[in-house]
Design a protein around this ligand. Structure first.
Ligand code: RAM
Length: 343
């Protein structure tokens, strides 16, 4: 062999070796068998819905042999979530899943994460399509919004003042549902119903209690409160119960059966809706693993196995892509006992 050939052979061996290692590493740069780190950022601490969602996320991540990190800001603000994103970038996690406190404010931080190879998805409360690879949606937001107005209509016989007790004023999920509530209210059948106020309890129990009290004081003729937040509806349930207002001011919205069973049984909240928060977190965990190991990239039409939830397909919604969990479920006095110990 000439000297030139020997050099060529050595270079080729190096090239082939480099190529093989390149193929074998996951898209995140981890070697096969090495655990990926998947982080979940929830809206804030002290919210049992978020805790259930985190349980599901951990389950999906850990059953695939990976590591789950759960982070929760003390307050439901975008600023605190940005700080956490920065920390997770420095920690070199592989995946960030976030339930966003603002649709747009996290864009710079999440783009920085994606530029560094971190896979980003939102769940529950979306970030805008530029800030994520895919969003895991609990249920069709149009249905979620419309069904709550339809419930209020039935409860109050189609007549009277109604108010919304929401989470924060920037929350993507609540704001989207409220937009659909307003759409539903445009129907002629609601001409005798008036939406007098949208109050914000910020998913903080005490603030939700005082906002409920404020609504009752300012609108003595109020007939129904719709709370599209599990924290808000539970706080309102307590206030209406303590004031003996069952059957006078109705309550509906989105609630955890474990927190609402009492108020469903005492007639304060005749019925409400939700989906399984554990499954929502689980689906996001499974989608995060699929993004992290390169099975999906977040494009419409891609499929992956959502573990115990079966095969899922990514679809286009608006400008972005979405993985859908299912339909909102109705909880009332007939089925609440079956669910109150589950979530
Ligand atoms: C609260 C949170 C969460 C929402 C539920 C219904 O726990 O605001 O984001 O999905 O309510």
């Amino acid at each position: 062999m000439t000297r030139k050939r020997v050099v060529l052979a050595i270079v080729s061996i190096f090239l082939i070796a480099a190529l093989l290692t390149g193929c074998a590493t996951q898209s995140t740069g981890r070697k096969p068998g090495e655990k990926m780190k998947l982080a979940l950022i929830v809206k804030s601490t002290g919210n049992p819905f978020m805790e259930k969602m985190a349980d599901g996320f951990k389950e999906a991540v850990e059953e695939t042999g990976n590591e789950a990190i759960v982070r929760a800001p003390d307050q439901p603000t975008a600023e605190l979530q940005i700080q956490i994103i920065e920390e997770l970038i420095a920690q070199k996690v592989d995946v960030i899943a976030i339930s966003a406190n603002d649709p747009d404010a996290l864009q710079n931080a999440l783009k920085k994460a994606m530029d560094q190879g971190i896979k980003v998805l939102s769940l529950d409360s979306a970030v805008n399509p530029q800030s994520r690879m895919v969003h895991v949606e609990q249920a069709d937001p149009e249905r979620v919004g419309r069904v709550q107005i339809q419930a209020a209509y039935e409860m109050i016989g189609g007549k009277g003042q109604i108010a919304v007790l929401s989470a924060t004023s920037q929350a993507t999920n609540q704001n989207t549902w409220i937009e659909w509530m307003k759409e539903e209210l445009k129907d002629e059948k609601y001409k005798d119903m008036e939406l007098v106020k949208i109050a914000y309890g910020d998913d903080i129990r005490d603030k939700s209690v005082s906002e409920t009290e404020g609504l009752l004081k300012t609108y003595p003729d109020l007939k129904c409160i719709i709370a599209p937040t599990t924290v808000g509806i539970a706080a309102a349930g307590k206030v209406l119960t303590d004031k003996g207002l069952a059957g006078k001011v109705f309550l509906t919205g989105l609630g955890l059966p474990s927190e609402m069973a009492e108020y469903i049984k005492n007639g304060v909240c005749p019925w409400m809706y939700l989906w399984n928060p554990i499954d929502l977190g689980y689906l996001a965990g499974a989608a995060g693993v699929a993004l992290g190991n390169g099975t999906i990239t977040g494009k419409a039409g891609e499929k992956f196995t959502g573990g115990k939830l079966g095969e899922r397909e990514i679809i286009t919604v608006g400008e972005g892509t979405v993985i859908m969990l299912g339909d909102p479920f109705k909880f009332d006095a007939n089925n609440i006992d079956e669910w109150k110990d589950v979530y």
